[in-house]
Design a protein around this ligand. Structure first.
Ligand code: PLP
Length: 372
């Protein structure tokens, strides 16, 4: 196996899930978003570890993601968070996925497809209370519920909404989230009053798990927190989690550079004095963003060393200083849970992005190694 690997600490994942369960309480179920290959961690292994840790629902974005889980033998309910196109309806039924339903037209087509296969499909109604993405308007939710309840091959198993600014402490954002939850409560109450069972009520992403206990309802859908990153860094004490992914590599070459000599494409870095340069077999094609050139420090043993020069497609360089006892083949941590080194969140912050993009960006050619 190559030196560059993504260690996936399933023990940390399980501890993170326990911390979330403690926060939301015994009676709230956990839905684990494992879209985008579990945010880059590997969907099947994360799903199995999550279920063992007490997760009751999984969530994916595409039918293919759901089908892959089914073919690996996973039987837990799988929510489909994004809307499919009509050609995919048969596959939803065949893979026993649980889609979100946002309009009557789609619900009818789905019911027909299910009926033809002699199956029933459980669905969750999606109510748009202010995300502006998918979902029916709150005032249309009762009519949608009535129509879906009347369809022969569909069963309403849940009602959900999605929050746009649940991770923000800005007073106007806190108020916006409260408004979203008020509209959601009203819509669900109307469905109940009409004698229709709304099923499992859920709204909370990671931000809401931390900041809006009111949004926990019957089930929460935190992704980021499960993978160990904080949606609201200043409130990290509320649900303590650690990063699950550790991106590591090894030093494959060490050489001495003389003062004035340069490193990598574009010669953007010049040795200010004689120094030792280590080469690492990891580059932007592995998911180490090129824009991180000159803006990152790696952890070797217990010290940080700066990346120097441009990050190449498959390799990058580290300045070890004028003298070093470090040797070739030494382990190098790019990011991970060790507090002495950077996390994917630190990388994201250096680049003005979010940790989701960093963990999802670790390329498929980087083998995932699972630590139980
Ligand atoms: C991705 C997703 C989540 C999880 O969001 P996090 O910010 O990772 O907690 C929850 N709900 C929906 C609908 C999503 O698409």
């Amino acid at each position: 196996m190559r030196a560059t690997r993504a260690l996936v600490h399933l023990d940390i994942l399980k501890a993170n899930i326990s911390a979330i369960k403690k926060r939301v309480g015994e009676n709230t179920r956990l839905c684990l978003p494992i879209k985008a290959d579990a945010y880059g961690h590997g969907a099947v292994r994360v799903a199995v570890a999550g279920i063992r840790a007490g997760v009751s629902y999984l969530a994916v974005a595409s039918i293919q993601e759901g089908a892959e889980l089914r073919s690996s033998g996973i039987v837990a309910p799988i929510l489909l968070l994004s809307l499919p196109i009509p050609e995919e309806l048969n596959d939803i039924v065949a893979s026993s996925l649980t889609p979100l339903v946002a309009d009557i037209d789609f619900a009818r087509q789905l019911s027909q497809a299910a009926g033809k296969q002699g199956e029933r499909v459980g669905v969750h109604l999606k109510i748009d209370t202010g995300m502006g993405r998918i979902g029916c308007r709150p005032e249309a939710s009762l009519e949608l519920a009535r129509s879906v309840a009347a369809l022969p091959a569909l069963t309403i198993e849940g009602c959900s909404t999605h929050l746009a600014v649940a991770d923000s402490l800005e007073p106007s954002d806190l108020a916006y989230t409260e408004g979203q939850l008020d509209r959601f409560d009203e819509a669900v109450a109307a469905i109940r009053e009409a004698g229709i069972d709304p099923g499992i009520i859920h709204a909370a992403n990671s931000g809401a798990v931390v900041l809006h206990p009111r949004a926990s309802y019957d089930m929460v859908r935190p992704g980021l927190l499960v993978y160990g990153y904080q949606p609201v860094p200043s409130r990290s004490q509320l649900v303590q989690t650690r990063p699950v992914m550790e991106l590591e590599t090894k030093i494959v070459f060490i050489k001495k550079l003389r003062e004035g000599e340069t490193v990598s494409y574009g010669r953007s870095w010049t040795a200010p004095s004689d120094t030792l340069i280590a080469t690492l077999p990891i580059g932007y094609a592995d998911g180490l963003p090129r824009s991180l050139s000159g803006r990152h420090q790696v952890l070797i043993r217990d010290r940080l060393y700066p990346l120097v020069g441009r990050i190449c497609m498959d390799q990058c360089m580290v300045n070890l200083g004028p003298q070093s006892e470090l040797e070739r083949w030494e382990r190098v941590v790019i990011f991970g849970p060790d507090p002495r080194g950077a996390s994917a969140d630190d990388v994201a912050q250096a680049l003005g992005t979010i940790p989701y993009e960093i963990s999802c960006g670790v390329n498929r050619r980087v083998p995932r190694v699972y630590i139980e």
